[in-house]
Write a protein of this length. Structure first.
Length: 86
């Protein structure tokens, strides 16, 4: 983990664990492929497809993040915020 990622996660009050890492790497690969960060609904669908419904579940993702999972995960990943995120 880079220092700036750790600082962002701490400022967002997010505990980085294996699941968060999976999401971060998933988002980076998604961004490389599509040149954008996925909005929440698409993030849930794609995480469900890749990791199953435990991680690809909006309620579970809400429990891992303090705010919008799509927005905060993109921020920690160093990516632009997804479209349709406030």
């Amino acid at each position: 983990m880079k220092i700036w990622q750790k600082k962002i996660a701490q400022s967002e009050e997010i505990q980085i664990d294996d699941v968060i890492w999976k999401i971060i790497f998933f988002l980076r690969n998604y961004y490389i492929k599509f040149n954008k960060s996925p909005p929440m609904r698409l993030l849930v669908e794609e995480l469900n497809r890749k990791f199953g419904n435990k991680i690809g579940n909006s309620i579970y993702l809400q429990s891992k993040f303090t705010g919008s999972p799509a927005l905060q995960a993109s921020k920690i990943s160093g990516l632009p915020k997804p479209n349709h995120c406030i």
